[in-house]
Design a protein around this ligand. Sequence first.
Ligand code: C2O
Ligand code: CU
Ligand code: CU
Length: 558
Amino acid sequence: MNRITRRNFLKGAGRLTILASAGTLAAPLTGCGLLGEDKGGMPLLSGSAYQELDPRRPERFINRLNLPRGDGFMGVLDLGAGPAEFTVRRQTQEILPGKPAEVLAYEVTAGGKSYVNPLLIARDGTAASVRLSNTLDEKTIIHWHGMQVDWRNDGHPSYAIGKGASYDYRFTVRNRGGSYWYHPHPHGIAGKQAYFGLAGLFVVQDENDLALRQRLDLQLGATDIPLAIQDRMLSADGSLRYASTNSERFSGFLGDLIAVNGVLNPSLDVQTRVYRFRVLNASTARSYRLMFESGSRQLPFQLIGTDGGLLERPVQLQEVFVSPGERVDLLVDLRILNPGDDVFLKSGTFNPMHLEMSVGGNMPSMPGHSMGSDNTQGMTTSRLEEGAEFNILRLAVKQRVAYDLSLPAQLSQIAKLDVAGAQQGQFTLTSNGSRWLVNGASFEMEKVLFEAKSGASEVWEISNTMMSMPHPMHLHGFLFQVLDRRNSPEQVRRLAHDPQGRQATDLGWKDTVLVWPGETVRLALKLDHGFTGEQLYTFHCHNLEHEDSGMMVNYRVV
Ligand code: C2O
Ligand code: CU
Ligand code: CU
């Protein structure tokens, strides 16, 4: 079922040709729209241009993957070295050669160097100092996703700044070592800004993480490699296209091209040794079922970390789901391969469980949602269904090397939170047919849905209704532990790691957890960060179109 068979391949190709020709007929040109405006009228990339980039075709994975480097795009910036100036700016970039497209970028200067969307690194305990300046005609604010900071430094949407304004962040890094990230959080437009390019990684280094790197001889940027995965969609003029239909706003935007670290259809040269991949799902709405394949053989890998850093022990897996906002830290052993072999990181087939189509009053009542071509009818224009099988990254084995290091049995300690006497919180995820709701409510900047005492232990039960879709629920301010999953769909239950129904990724500290239709997930958290004064944080769906349309609540720690 995960293999690329010729039959599946042809089936996919046939479908996309039909859609592409229908898509190009759809609507007249609207001229060059401004960034982020509804480009529904602009024709899609033509069918033949799409086939050149179709991620189902392994032979198209020929573009060199961007890696962290000294400066420039994804340059490694140590926040411990001094203050950094972030400017949010429009840039032009050729996503397709010869076709300049507008994107957004964090242009950063620090220590006399310049960076674009730098990969931030910091030791635990680092005092970070960042100034954000906004040159856009709309508001923005940076949120440090997963970082345990006070709310003034967290990028709560009420702190969004307008054009010409700036905002100073000052916080101490107190997280466990791990892969965190940063992206915008202005209400209503966070998804669009992230999609157009505002996103970067934030690697926290602690004793455990440095010990592991030393033990396995892992070098950040060479054998310890961050992979930020985003799906994209292009118009015929090479510009980025985003959520122009009702369906894309309600279900979430699905692109039909796959970019890793900003590169479509990337390839990375590797040697026969162990590699670490810090995978970030930076897509606005698409989930991936990750696996590694070489020819017809699936390669096992080790899950070593999650959102909040290293697991206690590595877990060997064949596949893992990663939803928007989540991170998985993986080790892959390429010693069994030979120079000339290719390995593909890919997304395997799964049921996307878009059962929301049965509720939306203005939504078409057919299952799946990539069959449409008329933008105004509210169907998506994506040629890559969620749950389809496709490639993400090619690993091209170039060289045999000697490597005999082995993974330690223990990676870190994770003390189980004590939930005796914990306060109980209840969250239900529903929709009213046009918006997604948390406990029946849609986000209001001033409204606080609930309050909790600083220092308190909490158990939160999140229930997703059946006539729904998967929601990756994300918490600001604190990380949590997953206690159990009930009523998981079969494709999730069969991956359960323990009698509590937990997935392997549920064994680590988390800030985002995917809740499938019909499922109930219980979380444990302790509100023990100890910041003085009231703290206002958000809890929201990390399907960014859902977040932007109000699937978010405020909670206050007093
Ligand atoms: Cu990564 Cu509130 O978001
Ligand atoms: Cu966050
Ligand atoms: Cu959602």
